[in-house]
Design a protein around this ligand. Structure first.
Ligand SMILES: [Ca+2]
Ligand SMILES: [Ca+2]
Ligand SMILES: [Ca+2]
Ligand SMILES: [Ca+2]
Length: 293
């Protein structure tokens, strides 16, 4: 299922590190969650193979577990070092009052055992900067997921985004939000999300990475989210963050042309022709002798 991700890992390597230093690569490095919302993910991968027999453990640590907790450590060996592994970030729930948008960081420690333990203490390419949005005591609109590895989409695959009202006061009018894609690497449908009393002010849109035929590598795209349009002043103009995604290329170079087929030597017919010419030659010699005689 992760057939594209080794190449993604290679892209990360190119993007973040050109030297031979051992490093743990992290993508994406910014995350946005909502209190009571769904978890988002990011990827971890090594920039080169550890030594034979070595096990590398990358452990994430949340800087604020009341606003976001992380899933457990991920392990790499020389067999899976280039296959990105997922870490999930679960947002801290509501119940902590109207605390606004709280930013915190997720750092990583790297340990290694076995082999030459070459990755022991290896640094990470970046910390992850996460933001958990408050939903209490305000009228707000949220998207889930709003960021993260869910938007690293292999060409041809989609991600559904749920848009809903998370305010304490129900809207008094419909809310419309336009969504569009910057660039040609993805599409979005529908182009307008409409929250109404009929759908309990919750609707979805889909982001799909375009399955082109270009061998163009992994390409970034942005889901542009327009400010909300509504006659309810509590919701009008609310401007949700745009979504940053990556279309993971699934096109590969055509294999080199097969070597030209060598026509098998027709040994038997050729032998026959040679034998026939030999016989004809003999007859010719006899003929010449007769003429001379
Ligand atoms: Ca909070
Ligand atoms: Ca809160
Ligand atoms: Ca394609
Ligand atoms: Ca492509």
């Amino acid at each position: 299922m992760y057939n594209r991700l080794p190449v993604f890992g290679a892209a990360l390597l190119l993007a973040t590190q050109a030297t031979a230093a051992l490093q743990v690569n992290i993508e994406p490095t910014t995350l946005l969650t909502n209190e009571d919302g769904s978890a988002v993910t990011y990827f971890v991968v090594l920039d080169q193979a550890p030594s034979a027999g070595e096990t590398v453990t990358v452990t994430p640590l949340s800087g604020d577990v009341t606003e976001g907790t992380v899933s457990g450590a991920v392990l790499f060996t020389d067999a899976n070092w280039d296959v990105p592994q997922t870490i999930a970030v679960t947002p801290g729930a509501s119940g902590d009052g109207n605390d606004g948008e709280v930013m915190y960081t997720i750092v990583h420690t790297t340990t290694a055992t076995g082999g030459t333990a070459s990755f022991d203490g290896a640094p990470s390419s970046s910390v992850v900067s996460a933001t958990n949005r408050n939903i209490e005591g305000i009228n707000t609109i949220v998207m889930d997921p709003a960021s993260g590895g869910a938007f690293y989409l292999t060409e041809g695959t989609s991600q559904t985004v749920t848009v809903s009202v998370a305010g304490f006061f129900a809207p008094t009018n419909d809310i419309s939000i336009g969504v569009s894609i910057a660039g040609a690497e993805a599409t979005v449908t529908p182009a307008t999300v409409i929250l109404t009393a009929g759908n309990s002010y919750e609707a979805t849109f889909n982001v799909t990475a375009v399955d082109d035929t270009n061998i163009d590598g992994d390409q970034p795209f942005t889901v542009v989210v327009d400010p909300a349009v509504s006659a309810d002043p509590n919701y009008s103009g609310q401007n949700l963050s745009d979504i940053n995604g990556v279309a993971l290329d699934n096109d590969v170079a055509a294999p080199p042309p097969a070597p030209a087929q060598v026509t098998p030597v027709p040994t038997l017919p050729l032998f026959g022709i040679l034998a026939l010419s030999g016989l004809l030659g003999l007859f010719g010699m006899f003929g010449m002798r007769k003429t001379k005689a």
